[in-house]
Design a protein around this ligand. Structure first.
Ligand SMILES: [Zn+2]
Ligand SMILES: [Zn+2]
Length: 188
């Protein structure tokens, strides 16, 4: 095993980390796993709409800095509940309230085609968020795009896949598939 990297201290927990990484593995994983928490702390739930309190576009749609860059907040909320948005589809509001991110079973968000609501799609394109969150942040997904990139970067520098699997608490087969690009093929 190639093990001649430089190490220094993780700024978050003080444990040892590779000098080229911003934080240690466990802090990285915690950060990735806390993305839904980071999202919901910016939401105020009322009896009807759940209002996004974070950044908004001129037209009132919320935007959220997710693992793959900025994404529309209501789109992200739908992904958290339902998984990836199919290619070419939009997430629309039943309530016609752009900052609303209500995604529960009584939710105000639904999947529609471009024809159903042109403005939502225009908004989506304005944010240049192509439908690339395939597989990402699905409730059942163990990994996300950020972790996939990290896994590939670590494997490329010679970290054993067994070690990566143990550190992330996932099966070695999962790591192999990611590194061999049998899964998460849409992530560069
Ligand atoms: Zn740390
Ligand atoms: Zn609503």
């Amino acid at each position: 095993m190639n093990n001649n990297w430089d190490y220094d201290q993780c700024p978050l927990c003080g444990s040892s980390k590779r000098a080229s990484s911003s934080r240690c593995w466990s802090c990285y994983k915690a950060w990735c796993n806390d993305i839904p928490g980071k999202f919901w702390e910016k939401v105020q739930k009322t009896d009807s709409c759940w209002l996004w309190l974070g950044a908004k576009s001129k037209t009132g749609y919320g935007s959220f800095g997710g693992p793959d860059g900025t994404i529309l907040a209501h789109r992200f909320a739908w992904i958290l509940a339902n998984g990836p948005v199919p290619d070419g589809m939009c997430i629309l509001h039943r309530c016609d309230n752009p900052p609303c991110v209500r995604n529960d079973s009584n939710g105000h968000l639904f999947l529609g085609s471009q024809q159903d609501n042109v403005s939502d799609c225009i908004e989506k394109n304005r944010h240049s968020t192509p439908p690339r969150l395939k597989g990402d942040l699905h409730p059942h997904a163990v990994l996300n795009a950020t972790l996939v990139r990290l896994i590939r970067a670590e494997a490329a520098t010679g970290v054993r896949r067994t070690d990566i699997a143990r550190m992330l608490g996932v099966d070695k087969t999962t790591i192999n598939r990611v590194v061999n690009r049998q899964t998460w093929t849409h992530i560069i």
